[in-house]
Design a protein around this ligand. Structure first.
Ligand code: UTP
Length: 291
């Protein structure tokens, strides 16, 4: 199964981190020195994705600008001889024509955002990557999923899964565990935020999916689910009646950067993984951890 396209839904309101997201997209929040959207773009590129589809909304033009060239900045950096900075910008620049933007006019839910990408994706399997969930690992989470998917039959759907403590399952989408083969298992049912004590397993669904294009037909019915939103999980439950879903237990630490505490933890984790910052940060933190 070849996965060429990745969809990045970036039209949400980011209410959990207001007022940071009042005038700035959540996906432009910075972990160390790069916006969230750059991390997931790099993860998809590393996984072999050739076309990057962003589903944007109001107040999200900064994301388009981020992936564009800035001639004034390039010229100023060149005039000042800032070679390293110029190399960083060049490295992060997508190839011309490899990026598409479409618009979700109202934030009607993640499922609706994915559906907005249907014409750009067309009739082929594709990845969905949520930019507010980062996974710290090499190879990245999507590369691990695509490697696992290459061993599956053509019409398979793949979810990145990770175990969470039993008392936290009610905060996540959870999947049941069927036949197992190493780090991969057949998904036996999915449930979004199960009531305490009712979860079919401890395996939470992370913000990385490989989906078959038939999901669009189900999303087109626009049925509202939890919170009045068009939910991706509901459409996946529908699709699981005719196609198989597999869970892939990935390597790496997952960070929910859409919550305040997760965002702070991610900043520390990613900074501690950087040789240029690690030692200084460790020293600085001693002061705050003293009592
Ligand atoms: P979240 O569930 O984190 O929702 O979306 P949110 O609205 O961004 O944030 P909170 O919960 O209000 O704080 C996960 C991903 O799906 C996108 C978001 O931009 C985010 O990247 N999304 C969500 C959409 O593109 N459209 C939607 O209608 C909802």
């Amino acid at each position: 199964m070849k996965i060429r396209k990745a969809v990045f839904p970036v039209a949400g309101l980011g209410t959990r981190v207001l007022p940071a997201t009042k005038a700035m997209p959540k996906e432009m929040l910075t972990i160390v020195d790069r916006p969230l959207i750059q991390y997931v773009f790099d993860e998809a590129k590393e996984a072999g994705i050739e076309h990057f589809v962003f589903v944007t909304g109001r107040n999200k033009t900064a994301i388009e600008d981020h992936f564009d060239r800035m001639y004034e900045l390039d010229a100023t950096l060149a005039a000042r001889g800032k070679k390293t900075e110029m190399e960083i910008l060049a490295r992060d620049q997508p190839e011309a024509g490899a990026v598409s933007f479409t618009r979700q006019q109202s934030p009607l839910g993640l499922g609706h955002a994915v559906w907005c990408a249907r014409d750009i994706v067309g009739d082929e399997p594709f990845a969905v990557v949520l930019p507010d969930e980062l996974v710290l690992n090499k190879p990245g989470c999507l590369a691990q999923m695509i490697a696992a998917a290459s061993e599956l039959p053509e019409k398979a759907n793949v979810l990145a899964v990770q175990e969470v403590p039993a008392d936290q399952t009610h905060q996540y989408g959870i999947c049941g565990v069927g036949k197992r083969d190493g780090k991969m298992f057949e998904v036996d049912g999915m449930v979004e935020k199960p009531a305490k004590g009712t979860a079919p397993s401890n395996f939470s669904i992370t913000g990385r999916y490989i989906l078959q294009p038939e999901i669009f037909k189900i999303l087109a019915t626009q049925e509202r689910g939890a919170g009045g939103e068009i939910q991706l999980t509901d459409a996946m439950i529908g699709l699981s009646k005719t196609q198989k879903f597999y869970g892939v237990e990935f390597e790496g630490e997952r960070h929910d950067c859409g919550s305040k505490s997760g965002f702070l933890r991610a900043n520390i984790a990613f900074a501690m993984a950087r040789p240029d910052l690690r030692d200084g940060l460790r020293e600085d933190m001693k002061k705050y951890l003293a009592d």
